[in-house]
Design a protein around this ligand. Structure first.
Ligand code: SAM
Ligand code: SF4
Length: 474
């Protein structure tokens, strides 16, 4: 049996979580993880199809493995995730040396299919039903849950973990491929979520991030009663050992008062809210079918600020959506300026075959204009991020220490202090020099320098009593 595994992951946190689960399952089955494809018997790509660029990257990587496969034909190459679901058999046509194609809704079949390929059964494919075919129940069933046992060694940072509380999406924003490749929206049973979070806390996990495409539309049941996200946070808050609880991604339409109150009142819940706006123009939002206007988004923001004044809000934006005029784009810039997001992920519109926007609207904003709008908006956002970060200089914040920084990993010297990184409860990255024994602990750090995306600090004795409430929530 082949036993050396290499896995490469692109895309969102759902993919990062799926890869962790795949690694956990294969580690339990006796595999070891290696850090380069040339050392591996099994090479897996966990793929994304949200933008063309993400797909191009994977097809290039697959192309580069053609020779390696010819050299060692017993080596297994697998494509998992969203592009597997979207392109299906086409992957074998474009890269005939691929052995395995598995959609995100069929990851539970991975070990069986790996064994079949290893036994010489030839290429294998397992994908979910197309949403347009089959009954709703059959489609839902074909996007099966994948919940192997969590393994500490499969996590990049053992003290942090993601927990899926919802699968799929039913919103069908006109630009987005996710509802097709990740299937119908399904909330996970409450008891399962609670059991998983308890198990993670028992493994020493201090921070849990709950995941869903529209996580704030979660709707579960317990003892016959409906459990919304606010209720779920209340239930998970009681899990012993857990220190921080977060959730992504929020949809602006579901940012309800009870949820904001739960974030305000539950000490372990981070006042960190990722609520993508996508555009500041109501005309564009209408064509994106987002379900709110720019004014309604601004009202929602005002409600967040009124309920949780210390909240940190982040967003996603798409620039160059079909028909986006300079005036539409200006309205997006205005929104970024007014909202003072902690940061924004900014993307150039990429038409996705099979989506309504790709079929009905011409991709009419030239690439150079998309690029200019992207860079300009990023500069506006970074200036705000820098200003807000600099306001923290001189203050003490609490961070969960994740491990050595990238620089430290390259220039590690045994003994002495190491450059470490960690995150505040609002997801701000902090770099400081410290003893590696603090990894996995929540420690106070005094900030002495700031850039748009990083804070630099030094170990502080303790969080001063006057600062402690604010620092704890920073
Ligand atoms: N469910 C989340 C939401 O509604 O905000 C986001 C899901 S998607 C994986 C992450 C981000 O990718 C989106 O918020 C959007 O900004 C961006 N995105 C999705 N489709 C895109 C497309 N066709 N072109 C460019 N960006 C896209
Ligand atoms: Fe895509 Fe919209 Fe669903 Fe987010 S809410 S995953 S952007 S369809």
């Amino acid at each position: 049996m082949p036993k050396q595994l290499y896995i490469e992951t692109v895309g969102c946190q759902m993919n990062v979580l799926d890869s962790e689960l795949v690694v956990a399952e294969l580690l339990s089955a006796g595999y070891t993880l290696v850090d380069a494809p040339r050392k591996a018997d099994v090479i897996l790509f966990n793929t994304c199809s949200v933008r063309q660029h993400a797909e191009d990257k994977i097809y290039s990587a697959l192309g580069r493995l053609k020779h390696a496969k010819r050299h060692r034909p017993e080596r297994i190459i697998g494509v998992l995730g969203c592009m597997a679901q979207k392109d299906q058999e086409r992957i074998f046509r474009r890269a005939p040396h691929v052995d395995l194609v598995i959609g995100p809704g069929q990851l539970g079949r991975l070990t069986t299919l790996l064994a079949e390929v290893a036994a010489g059964a030839g290429p294998r494919i397992e994908v979910s039903l197309d949403r347009a075919t089959g009954s709703r129940a059959a489609v839902r069933e074909s996007f099966a849950r994948y919940d192997p046992l969590r393994v500490v060694d499969a996590r990049a940072v053992r003290h942090q973990a993601m927990v899926r509380i919802m699968l799929g999406c039913d919103r069908f924003c006109t630009y987005c491929i996710v509802p097709r490749v990740r299937g119908p929206e399904q909330s996970r049973p409450v008891e399962e979520i609670e059991a998983e979070v308890r198990r993670l806390a028992d493994q020493g996990c201090l921070e849990v991030t709950l995941l869903g495409q529209t996580v704030n539309s979660f709707r579960g049941t317990a003892a016959g009663a409906t459990v919304r996200l606010a209720d779920l946070l209340g239930r998970l808050h009681d899990v012993e050992g857990l220190r921080r609880l977060r959730f992504v991604t929020n949809h602006p339409r579901h940012m309800t008062a009870d949820l904001l109150q739960a974030v305000r009142d539950l000490a372990k819940v981070s006042p960190y809210l990722h609520v993508p706006a996508q555009s500041g123009s109501s005309a564009i939002l209408g064509r994106m079918k987002r379900g709110y206007t720019a004014e309604q988004y601004r009202e929602m923001l005002a409600e967040i600020r009124a309920t949780i004044p210390e909240a940190t809000v982040t967003s996603d934006f798409i620039v160059g959506f079909p028909g986006e005029t300079e005036e539409d784009y200006r309205q997006t810039v205005d929104l970024v300026r007014d909202a003072r997001f902690k940061n924004s992920f900014i993307f150039k519109y990429s038409p996705r075959p099979g989506t309504k926007a790709a079929e009905q609207y011409e991709d009419d904003v030239p690439e150079a204009v998309k690029r200019r709008r992207n860079n300009e908006l990023l500069a506006v956002q970074n200036a705000i991020g820098g200003e807000d970060n600099r306001a923290l200089v001189g203050r003490t914040v609490e961070i969960l220490v994740e491990g050595p920084s990238k620089t430290a990993r390259k220039h590690a010297e045994p003994g002495g202090p190491v450059q470490l990184t960690g995150r505040t409860v609002c997801d701000r990255i902090v770099v400081f020099e410290g003893d590696p024994s603090v990894v996995g602990r929540i420690v106070p750090i005094e900030i002495h320098k700031a850039t748009a995306v990083t804070l630099f600090g030094r170990t502080a004795g303790h969080v001063g009593s006057r600062q402690s409430a604010a620092a704890g929530r920073e």
